[in-house]
Design a binder for this molecule. Structure first.
Ligand SMILES: [Zn+2]
Length: 422
């Protein structure tokens, strides 16, 4: 089966080596005009002058891009998409000045999501997540990482990861499962002496072997922040996860600089995520490492924080920066990835090309997939998105708009929507 994508106003190829793009390498998104893209059996076969490819692929099925923008499918490398009820009641409490502790005291916060998820079965969680991921797909996302982390018991964490596995079977999107049993210390362990160390033991000795033996996760992640998991606890959990064959991720330096970025580099984590409070040393160490710095500007915006991660300093120091939604019920309930790219430019001061690379190649690198997705280049998977725009700069410009009209994963139609007549 061969497809030929023709008549795109621009093709944003993001082409380059199949690895994270660092520092100045992020400043070229490989935008080309007058080219067609040939796809054979789900893989990109050629990108070249349209007239030439029309001759070479005369028998291919044509996909008319009709003067729109063709890009690699967006890669959302950080979500918590398996959850039960949303937590919209917390937003105006925050606006009224209530802090996290007070919201938690009233029964809200992450513990509310944990209580809710524990009470649901797999089918209920699956139905909710299918709808949410379809929404994410409708914004141009073709690969999504999904974390567990609202179960916090061996059986509820396995239940969450089995839901992710089912999502992968049900949806055409590419799913990457991450075990985040270390998202929080559950209340039943917080309230007893030695509870913390007991919970870390439960994570390492019971939960992790269960997750690994069922092959339910590609990555392990830890929420490393003062008051949640310490640097030493995160090191213990992630070292065990590495021995169990999982890749490593870390929620690091979101609210206060605690050495999370340094730990991520030290243990060779695939990504360090959040980083709004990363230290100067953390920036330097990450820039010298192979760890991708995944920034989540939607979270800070939604929480009403003035502060954002120092994206400019990270890129200028030579780090590989990725952008992601952090889609979750408490602090970033959005599936609008292009809006995150808008924030990447307007809040994080990235160039459009840098935001584009951060949402494709470097998102893929944050999932150890940069050798097969994230660019429109021969040999890469035909994971593509078509936007109702003529210029790449329009993607972050029409902020909040849903401009994506279609996506393909491995050359198969994933999402399609009818274009409204303006
Ligand atoms: Zn997160």
């Amino acid at each position: 089966m061969t497809l030929l994508f023709v008549n795109a106003a621009q093709v944003v190829t993001c082409r380059g080596v199949g690895a994270a793009r660092r520092g100045r390498e992020m400043s070229d998104a490989g935008v080309v005009t007058g080219v067609a893209v040939a796809v054979t059996d789900g893989t990109i076969a050629a990108v070249g002058p349209q007239a030439e490819l029309e001759r070479g692929y005369a028998h291919a099925s044509r996909v008319d891009c009709d003067g729109r923008l063709l890009t690699p499918g967006l890669v959302d490398s950080h979500t918590h998409a398996v959850f039960g009820k949303p937590r919209f009641e917390e937003q105006e409490l925050r606006a009224a000045g209530l802090d996290y502790m007070e919201i938690a005291r009233r029964g809200g916060g992450i513990h509310a999501s944990v209580r809710d998820l524990r009470a649901r079965d797999e089918d209920s969680l699956l139905e909710l997540a299918v709808v949410r991921l379809r929404r994410l797909a409708s914004y141009g996302v073709t690969t999504v990482e999904v974390k567990s982390g609202y179960g916090l018991t061996p059986e509820d964490e396995l239940k969450s990861l089995r839901v992710v596995r089912q999502l992968g079977e049900r949806l055409p999107m590419r799913l990457v499962p991450t075990w985040l049993g270390a998202h929080e210390i559950p209340l039943e362990f917080r309230e007893v002496r030695e509870g913390r160390s007991e919970y870390v033991r439960l994570l390492v000795s019971t939960m992790l072997p269960g997750v690994a033996s069922e092959g339910l996760a590609r990555f392990a992640d830890v929420f490393c922040e003062p008051g949640v998991f310490t640097i030493d606890e995160a090191r213990t959990i992630l070292t065990a996860a590495r021995s169990a064959g999982l890749g490593l991720k870390l929620h690091a330096d979101e609210l206060r600089p605690s050495g999370g970025a340094e730990l991520a580099a030290e243990i060779g984590a695939t990504s360090a995520d959040h980083l709004a409070a990363i230290s100067e040393t953390g920036i330097r160490v990450l820039a010298e490492s192979n760890t991708v710095a995944t920034l989540l500007p939607g979270t800070m915006l939604f929480l009403g924080k003035e502060k954002q991660a120092p994206a400019r300093a990270l890129v200028d120091a030579g780090a590989a920066v990725a952008l992601a939604t952090d889609f979750n019920p408490g602090t970033s309930p959005t599936t609008n990835f292009p809006l995150i790219m808008t924030l990447g430019v307007s809040q994080l001061r990235l160039s459009v090309a840098e935001a584009m690379i951060a949402a494709t190649v470097n998102g893929a690198a944050a999932l150890s997939l940069a050798d097969r997705i994230g660019q429109i280049s021969p040999g890469f998977s035909a994971d593509l998105a078509l936007f109702d725009a003529q210029d790449v700069r329009e993607l972050p410009y029409w902020y909040g708009d849903r401009r994506c009209v279609a996506t393909w994963v491995r050359g198969r139609a994933c999402h399609t929507s009818t274009v409204e007549t303006l």
